[in-house]
Design a protein around this ligand. Structure first.
Ligand code: 5GP
Length: 186
């Protein structure tokens, strides 16, 4: 089973994903490939495999991705090989992907594995506060770019099975755990 978490950068997907893995025995993550530089504290191979733009483009040419997207001027993509290996373990994979990637994965994987899609919603003002507090030293322009992205991502909410307003971390984690537990019984 694949659980996709979406929502703009700063909506809390990564923190929630880590918490689900910590609290649920059979939940695992699936690293993506990206051409963006690692942030402080990010380790190779956990959330991402960090590669250069040229290496990424070579992988695109070799058809190594189920889907990829150019997002805030960096590439992000889901490896076919890694995804197939993780699906074969029979565990529940939790993955955070932006809306275009989700749209593609729904088409590609819906007959291959059970797919649950969850959109994490956050208010614009709250998002701005989180982006500033995150300590990535984003410029005003970069913050505006991410805020602008929120409007676009919200136009895709209809693609998702669930929408959760992420204004309370504990509540959100418990809701997603309940969704995963219930969906895995169906
Ligand atoms: P960040 O740079 O903040 O880690 O991620 C930026 C965006 O890229 C997030 O919305 C995240 O969900 C998305 N992302 C991460 N991995 C993938 C992937 O494999 N494919 C796609 N399409 N988007 C991804």
């Amino acid at each position: 089973m694949l659980v996709i978490l979406s929502g703009v950068s700063g909506a809390g997907k990564d923190t929630i994903k880590k918490e689900l893995i910590k609290r649920m025995d059979n939940v695992i993550s699936l690293p993506s490939y990206t051409s963006r530089k690692p942030r402080v504290g990010e380790k190779e191979g956990l959330q991402y495999h960090f590669i250069t733009k040229q290496e990424f483009e070579q992988k695109i040419a070799n058809n190594e991705f189920y889907e990829y997207d150019l997002h805030h001027e960096n590439y992000y993509g889901t490896s076919r090989k890694l995804m197939n290996e993780k699906i074969a373990t029979g565990k529940i994979i939790v993955k955070d992907i932006e809306v275009n990637g989700t749209e593609n994965l729904i088409k590609l994987l819906k007959d291959k594995t059970k797919l649950i899609t969850i959109f994490l919603r956050v208010e614009k003002e709250e998002l701005k506060r989180r982006l500033i507090a995150r300590g990535d030293n984003l410029s005003e322009d970069e913050i505006d770019l991410r805020l602008g992205r929120l409007d676009y991502e919200e136009t895709k909410i209809h693609l998702y099975d669930y929408m959760i307003k992420n204004d309370d971390f504990e509540k959100t984690v418990k809701l997603i755990m309940a969704i995963i537990e219930n969906e895995s019984k169906i």
